[in-house]
Design a protein around this ligand. Sequence first.
Ligand SMILES: C[S@@+](CC[C@H](N)C(=O)[O-])C[C@H]1O[C@@H](n2cnc3c(N)ncnc32)[C@H](O)[C@@H]1O
Length: 507
Amino acid sequence: MPLLDWINKEHAKTSVREVPFHLLNEVATYGAAADNLLIQGDNLLALKALIPFYAGRVKCIFIDPPYNTQSAFEHYDDKLEHSAWLSMMYPRLVLLRDLLSEDGSIWVSIDDNEAHYLKVLMDEIFGRRNFVTTIIWQQRTTRENRKTFSNNHEYLMLYAKNYPHFAATRNDLYLTEEVRSRYKNPDNDPRGAWQSVSANAQAGHATPSQFYTLIAPNGKQHNPPKGTCWRYTQEKIKTEIEANNIWFGKDGNGVPRIKKFLAEAKSGLTPETLWLASEVGTNDFAKKHLIELFRDGDLFDTPKPESLIERVIHIATNPNDIVLDSFLGSGTTAAVAHKMNRRWIGIELGDHARSHCIPRLEKVIAGEAGGISGAVNWTGGGGFRFCTLGAAVFHSQGELNPAVDFATLAAYIWHLETGTPAPASFTNPLLGIHNGVAYYLLYKDILGALRSAEGNLLTAAVLDWLKSLAAHDGACVIYGDLTRLGATRLAAERIVFKQIPYDVTGR
Ligand SMILES: C[S@@+](CC[C@H](N)C(=O)[O-])C[C@H]1O[C@@H](n2cnc3c(N)ncnc32)[C@H](O)[C@@H]1O
């Protein structure tokens, strides 16, 4: 497969592994206790910090990264050298891919500055087979007369983690009022409203049975127009006429058309790739909403309209799924996900995490009525935790940061060993059994009275206790400070002992 190359690409690729794991410091909780997370910090570090807990669990990622327009906005710079932009995106996209669930999808908002390079980059990271589509969003409706061309659209580049899984689970759009209003009932059919579709098909692939003179109930003869045939055979059309499924107009003299009933219509609409401002809003529309929200505050330059994000989240998720935005800006994705009863994670580097996202989300919790609130009947509730990036889990020489608590190290070890996210908060030395192997962690005070003065040692008494925690006679991996059991005993018990921190790999 042809790949994109640029200066320092190799470094961008290796940087994913080299980014250290960091702790997340919980600073405050807003509203009711909830899983939702707002993180202030560089998303490269924040995404890596999330991996042990969320890898494979996120259903929908929407990101709106700086487009590299070579401008300096009030709240962030959008001026990277072209290669530097690609190097910035590469490792973040790799981490985002690892966070997605098998039926998950990633939607990237972008414009012509980098869209076509981003497409090739995402082909490499997500696989060409997982490219779903590029959506054109009409982001402005007014003409920009000072430019050579008035640019009125942006793109949403959509990739699935695994295309067939996404295709099988994505949602249709709701039938709009406009579509519903096309169904009428001029003949008072007891089966309800219907619309008519052509009874003709292209003649190209027709069989001889589709060419005949159709006789209407009033005796009028109809022939298919040149180059077309009847959609139904003569036999089938007869039964359809008897069933009152063919419409010949009010006076019975019209060309035959097939009745399609609203009750039998697909409950939703297949999403199209052209998203008009009249349906999902514009940038200006989003700014007006922010002006209503922050009457006296400074305005964020490049917000997305809530209705645009609502459509993305509607197609890609169901209530309670996790939505993530790692370039959160003014907090639109988090606000919309919250109003749609999804769980969410938002990451923002700038101070507007505090000056815009927190107050906006507090208003949402209090039942803010703007944006999509009316459309989704939002009346308030829920909450979120605000975190910043803490210290690295491992110091530069590899020694474990003593600030790491049991549950956090357990989550890292579980993820490093099994490649799966931490199932729950760990409170027990038996982390779990995966593919027939039981994983144990002896760390901090988890051994209680069994802990020796020298630390968390694996002794015969400790092993007896560990064995009592689960009926498991298969292989085990035990992490601890040291083992007092000899190689023969360990082999006989099918135990692999790993020493902390030297055997905690992947950092
Ligand atoms: C285009 S704005 C997003 C706007 C957002 N969609 C909204 O509706 O308000 C891009 C945001 O990404 C943030 N950003 C840029 N680099 C980042 C990084 N390395 N980590 C986290 N956020 C970053 C910027 O501060 C900016 O707020």
